[in-house]
Design a protein. Structure first.
Length: 211
Protein backbone atom coordinates (compact mmCIF):
# COMPACT_ATOMS: atom_id res chain seq x y z
CA UNK A 1 0.00 0.00 0.00
CA UNK A 2 2.87 2.35 0.87
CA UNK A 3 4.50 1.91 -2.55
CA UNK A 4 1.16 2.07 -4.37
CA UNK A 5 0.21 5.37 -2.73
CA UNK A 6 3.56 6.94 -3.55
CA UNK A 7 3.48 5.62 -7.11
CA UNK A 8 0.07 7.22 -7.63
CA UNK A 9 1.32 10.51 -6.12
CA UNK A 10 4.30 10.52 -8.49
CA UNK A 11 2.03 9.98 -11.52
CA UNK A 12 -0.36 12.64 -10.23
CA UNK A 13 2.51 15.11 -9.81
CA UNK A 14 3.41 14.74 -13.48
CA UNK A 15 -0.23 15.31 -14.51
CA UNK A 16 -0.58 18.44 -12.37
CA UNK A 17 2.68 19.91 -13.67
CA UNK A 18 1.73 19.15 -17.26
CA UNK A 19 -1.69 20.74 -16.75
CA UNK A 20 -0.49 24.00 -15.18
CA UNK A 21 2.91 24.48 -16.80
CA UNK A 22 6.44 25.48 -15.86
CA UNK A 23 5.45 27.82 -13.01
CA UNK A 24 3.81 24.97 -11.10
CA UNK A 25 6.21 22.92 -8.99
CA UNK A 26 4.90 19.58 -7.72
CA UNK A 27 6.87 17.56 -5.17
CA UNK A 28 6.38 14.07 -3.72
CA UNK A 29 7.95 13.19 -0.37
CA UNK A 30 8.49 9.73 1.09
CA UNK A 31 8.26 10.39 4.82
CA UNK A 32 8.35 6.75 5.91
CA UNK A 33 11.24 5.12 4.06
CA UNK A 34 13.49 8.21 3.91
CA UNK A 35 14.77 10.67 6.53
CA UNK A 36 12.43 13.67 6.40
CA UNK A 37 15.33 16.02 5.60
CA UNK A 38 16.10 14.02 2.42
CA UNK A 39 12.65 12.76 1.48
CA UNK A 40 11.97 14.20 -2.01
CA UNK A 41 11.55 11.21 -4.34
CA UNK A 42 9.98 13.08 -7.28
CA UNK A 43 9.86 16.71 -8.33
CA UNK A 44 8.46 18.52 -11.36
CA UNK A 45 9.60 22.06 -12.25
CA UNK A 46 12.06 22.19 -9.38
CA UNK A 47 13.40 25.51 -10.65
CA UNK A 48 10.44 27.19 -8.95
CA UNK A 49 11.90 26.64 -5.47
CA UNK A 50 15.41 25.50 -6.40
CA UNK A 51 15.00 22.12 -4.74
CA UNK A 52 16.13 18.76 -6.09
CA UNK A 53 15.73 15.03 -5.55
CA UNK A 54 17.00 14.12 -2.10
CA UNK A 55 16.16 17.48 -0.54
CA UNK A 56 13.55 17.83 2.19
CA UNK A 57 10.40 19.86 2.95
CA UNK A 58 10.32 23.30 4.56
CA UNK A 59 11.07 23.73 8.25
CA UNK A 60 7.36 24.43 8.81
CA UNK A 61 6.47 20.93 7.57
CA UNK A 62 9.31 19.34 9.52
CA UNK A 63 8.20 21.09 12.71
CA UNK A 64 4.61 19.96 12.14
CA UNK A 65 5.70 16.36 11.68
CA UNK A 66 7.80 16.45 14.85
CA UNK A 67 5.30 18.23 17.09
CA UNK A 68 1.95 16.93 15.85
CA UNK A 69 2.80 13.23 16.29
CA UNK A 70 1.21 12.24 13.00
CA UNK A 71 -1.81 14.52 13.42
CA UNK A 72 -0.56 17.18 11.01
CA UNK A 73 -3.34 18.52 8.80
CA UNK A 74 -3.35 19.33 5.08
CA UNK A 75 -2.74 23.01 4.24
CA UNK A 76 -4.37 24.34 1.09
CA UNK A 77 -3.86 27.50 -0.98
CA UNK A 78 -1.62 29.39 1.46
CA UNK A 79 0.94 32.04 0.59
CA UNK A 80 4.66 31.42 0.99
CA UNK A 81 7.85 33.15 -0.08
CA UNK A 82 10.61 31.04 -1.58
CA UNK A 83 14.28 31.31 -0.71
CA UNK A 84 14.74 32.96 -4.10
CA UNK A 85 12.18 35.65 -3.24
CA UNK A 86 9.39 34.26 -5.43
CA UNK A 87 5.81 34.54 -4.16
CA UNK A 88 4.25 31.08 -4.13
CA UNK A 89 0.70 29.88 -3.66
CA UNK A 90 1.11 26.48 -2.05
CA UNK A 91 -0.77 23.40 -0.90
CA UNK A 92 0.51 20.43 1.13
CA UNK A 93 -1.50 17.19 1.16
CA UNK A 94 -0.34 14.35 3.42
CA UNK A 95 -0.41 10.79 2.11
CA UNK A 96 -1.51 8.20 4.67
CA UNK A 97 -1.64 4.43 4.91
CA UNK A 98 -4.69 2.37 5.84
CA UNK A 99 -4.03 3.09 9.52
CA UNK A 100 -3.96 6.85 9.03
CA UNK A 101 -0.19 7.07 9.52
CA UNK A 102 1.58 9.72 7.43
CA UNK A 103 3.77 8.06 4.84
CA UNK A 104 4.38 10.93 2.44
CA UNK A 105 3.26 14.28 1.12
CA UNK A 106 2.26 15.87 -2.17
CA UNK A 107 3.18 19.57 -2.34
CA UNK A 108 2.14 22.08 -4.99
CA UNK A 109 3.95 25.42 -5.25
CA UNK A 110 2.65 27.80 -7.92
CA UNK A 111 4.82 30.82 -8.70
CA UNK A 112 2.48 33.84 -8.79
CA UNK A 113 5.29 36.44 -8.82
CA UNK A 114 4.58 37.44 -12.42
CA UNK A 115 0.86 37.77 -11.69
CA UNK A 116 1.61 40.09 -8.77
CA UNK A 117 3.96 42.16 -10.96
CA UNK A 118 1.30 42.36 -13.67
CA UNK A 119 -1.22 43.51 -11.08
CA UNK A 120 1.13 46.34 -10.09
CA UNK A 121 1.59 47.31 -13.75
CA UNK A 122 -2.15 47.26 -14.44
CA UNK A 123 -2.77 49.37 -11.35
CA UNK A 124 -0.38 52.05 -12.63
CA UNK A 125 -1.91 51.95 -16.11
CA UNK A 126 -5.54 52.09 -15.01
CA UNK A 127 -5.49 54.42 -12.00
CA UNK A 128 -7.06 57.84 -12.42
CA UNK A 129 -5.14 61.10 -12.31
CA UNK A 130 -5.53 63.91 -9.76
CA UNK A 131 -8.83 65.01 -11.32
CA UNK A 132 -10.33 61.54 -11.08
CA UNK A 133 -12.11 59.90 -8.20
CA UNK A 134 -8.86 58.65 -6.74
CA UNK A 135 -10.04 55.05 -6.45
CA UNK A 136 -7.78 52.17 -7.41
CA UNK A 137 -7.48 48.43 -6.91
CA UNK A 138 -5.33 47.01 -4.14
CA UNK A 139 -2.45 44.73 -5.10
CA UNK A 140 -2.86 40.99 -5.15
CA UNK A 141 -0.75 40.49 -2.05
CA UNK A 142 -2.61 43.13 -0.06
CA UNK A 143 -5.93 41.70 -1.15
CA UNK A 144 -4.76 38.23 -0.16
CA UNK A 145 -3.86 39.45 3.34
CA UNK A 146 -7.30 41.08 3.68
CA UNK A 147 -8.94 37.83 2.59
CA UNK A 148 -6.91 35.80 5.09
CA UNK A 149 -7.83 38.16 7.92
CA UNK A 150 -11.51 37.95 6.93
CA UNK A 151 -11.28 34.15 6.86
CA UNK A 152 -9.67 34.06 10.32
CA UNK A 153 -12.54 36.15 11.73
CA UNK A 154 -15.11 33.90 10.03
CA UNK A 155 -13.34 30.87 11.50
CA UNK A 156 -13.81 32.23 15.03
CA UNK A 157 -17.41 33.09 14.22
CA UNK A 158 -17.81 36.35 16.09
CA UNK A 159 -16.91 40.05 15.58
CA UNK A 160 -13.46 41.11 16.74
CA UNK A 161 -15.02 43.38 19.36
CA UNK A 162 -16.54 40.31 21.06
CA UNK A 163 -13.43 38.12 20.87
CA UNK A 164 -11.59 37.05 24.01
CA UNK A 165 -7.92 36.07 24.16
CA UNK A 166 -8.54 32.45 23.13
CA UNK A 167 -10.58 33.61 20.13
CA UNK A 168 -7.78 35.91 18.98
CA UNK A 169 -5.15 33.21 19.46
CA UNK A 170 -7.29 30.93 17.28
CA UNK A 171 -7.46 33.59 14.58
CA UNK A 172 -3.70 34.19 14.80
CA UNK A 173 -3.10 30.46 14.49
CA UNK A 174 -5.06 30.42 11.24
CA UNK A 175 -3.10 33.40 9.90
CA UNK A 176 0.22 31.85 10.90
CA UNK A 177 -0.64 28.48 9.31
CA UNK A 178 -1.79 30.27 6.14
CA UNK A 179 1.53 32.09 5.73
CA UNK A 180 -0.01 35.53 6.29
CA UNK A 181 2.98 36.77 8.27
CA UNK A 182 5.25 36.22 5.28
CA UNK A 183 3.56 39.22 3.69
CA UNK A 184 5.44 42.50 4.17
CA UNK A 185 3.95 44.73 6.89
CA UNK A 186 1.29 42.16 7.74
CA UNK A 187 2.01 42.48 11.48
CA UNK A 188 0.82 46.08 11.92
CA UNK A 189 -2.38 45.36 9.94
CA UNK A 190 -3.16 42.29 12.02
CA UNK A 191 -2.46 44.21 15.24
CA UNK A 192 -4.80 47.01 14.15
CA UNK A 193 -7.54 44.57 13.15
CA UNK A 194 -7.52 42.65 16.44
CA UNK A 195 -6.70 45.60 18.69
CA UNK A 196 -3.48 44.12 20.07
CA UNK A 197 0.09 45.36 20.43
CA UNK A 198 3.07 44.05 18.48
CA UNK A 199 4.34 42.42 21.69
CA UNK A 200 0.99 40.66 22.19
CA UNK A 201 0.99 39.49 18.58
CA UNK A 202 4.45 37.94 19.01
CA UNK A 203 3.35 36.24 22.22
CA UNK A 204 0.30 34.78 20.45
CA UNK A 205 2.44 33.52 17.57
CA UNK A 206 4.85 31.91 20.05
CA UNK A 207 1.90 30.28 21.81
CA UNK A 208 0.63 28.93 18.49
CA UNK A 209 4.02 27.51 17.54
CA UNK A 210 4.45 25.85 20.93
CA UNK A 211 0.93 24.42 21.06
Amino acid sequence: MHADNLDFAVRLSKAIAAQFGKDCEVVVYDLKSCPAEHSIIAIENGHVSGRHLGDGPSHIVLDALKTKNGRAKDRLAFLTKGRNGKILKSSNVYLRDENGEIIGMLAINFDISLMVAMKHALKDLTKEGPSGSGTSDTTSVTALLDDLIDQSIQLVGKPVALMNKDDKVRAIRYLNDSGAFLITKSGPKVCATFGISKYTLYSYIDAVKNA
